[in-house]
Unconditional design. Structure first.
Length: 347
């Protein structure tokens, strides 16, 4: 199966041989793969990569859709919709709370919305320009009264993973990285000729950035930024510019109030009852009577009653007014109260 899926991947995606080799060596296995075959040929496939996620103060299981593709000869026939339906069923049986994905093209946001996904991961962009007093000389960062230490990494380092893991868990609704997954991220970073930069003081790491070069310019892109203080962040940016001899950094970061936003990823509820139980416990002030309809996962269909921090489920309607929601509408309702973060290191 692996080689059949690999063959389809190479037909559908314009990825380098090095990336494909890395993906099928470190990411792919038959347990996470879902495929549709015609004869001896795989005509559609996707992988459900497991990621833990913090949600409403708890850690839940998610499945990130990767490598979703259909053979050109079988497109526009409903094959991918059927494949997603099969994937949802397997996720439900495996106690997956949410499915996430990053659409490869803008038009795919609408496509996946028709299967219950909603846009929930929104990010902001900002630019850092090296200050005029340092942009020409690329001299060492001036001292600030603290013995700062700047380092560049491409290999696994336990201190880096521990810091990244701790800072990402501080985000209330965020996809996380296991240690094994972080090692895959580093392999992908090496292929992209990127780096991890850190700023440390006597207590340990105080700021971390994952940086990728731009093939078309001298601008460096910061795909993940974590810091303890604004000063540590500023000093780290200055160090990156000086060490990489660039004057501009483009930083993608969690959205802040008043900042222009761009859509990164989508999410879908897979198991409605446990998700609503967590949501109700976190928002005890909310009361809702929901008549839920899920066209892909009939096990989610039914009536949900949220009251005083608890969620009750029934196959039968209890008298009273109900709000009829599709699974997509319910997902949007749940995440309208939660600012979700999707790591830009996913691949």
């Amino acid at each position: 199966m692996r080689e059949k899926v690999r063959k389809l991947w190479k037909l559908c995606f314009n990825d380098s041989k090095e990336f494909v080799d890395m993906y099928f060596r470190l990411r792919y296995n038959n347990d996470v793969n879902v495929a549709i075959e015609s004869g001896n040929e795989v005509i559609a496939a996707l992988q459900m990569l497991p990621y833990p996620m913090t949600f409403c103060g708890n850690e839940v299981a998610t499945a990130y859709i990767s490598g979703a593709c259909t053979h050109p000869d079988y497109r526009s026939r409903g094959v991918m919709r059927e494949l997603l339906s099969q994937a949802f069923g397997r996720m439900y049986r495996n106690d997956i709370a949410f499915s996430t994905l990053i659409p490869a093209e803008p038009w795919l946001f609408d496509y996946y919305a028709r299967t219950g996904y909603v846009t929930a991961f929104r990010y902001g962009k900002r630019t850092f320009t090296l200050p005029a007093d340092g942009k020409d000389s690329f001299s060492p960062v001036p001292p600030t009264g603290i013995a700062w230490k700047f380092q560049t990494f491409t290999d696994y380092n336990e201190d880096i993973y521990c810091y990244l893991n701790r800072k990402m868990q501080e985000r209330p609704c965020c996809l996380q990285h296991t240690e094994a997954d972080f090692r895959v991220v580093l392999a992908d970073l090496e292929l992209s000729e990127g780096y991890i930069f850190t700023l440390s003081d006597e207590l340990g790491i105080a700021a971390l950035a994952v940086a990728y070069p731009d093939d078309t310019s001298s601008i460096l892109h910061i795909g993940e930024l974590l810091s303890d203080t604004p000063e540590a962040e500023r000093l780290l940016f200055t160090y990156i510019c000086q060490s990489m001899q660039t004057e501009i950094l483009h930083i993608v970061m969690p959205l802040t109030k008043g900042q222009p936003a761009f859509d990164l990823g989508m999410i879908r509820i897979i198991q409605a009852k446990p998700v609503l139980q967590l949501y109700a416990a976190t928002h005890p002030e909310e009361e809702m009577n929901i008549d839920l309809v899920d066209d892909q996962l009939s096990a989610n269909n039914g009536y949900y009653y949220l009251n005083k921090g608890k969620c009750m489920y029934s196959h039968r309607r209890i008298p009273g007014a109900h709000e009829r929601l599709t699974i997509g509408q319910l997902t949007a309702k749940v995440f309208s109260a939660e600012q979700a973060y999707m790591s830009l290191m996913l691949n």
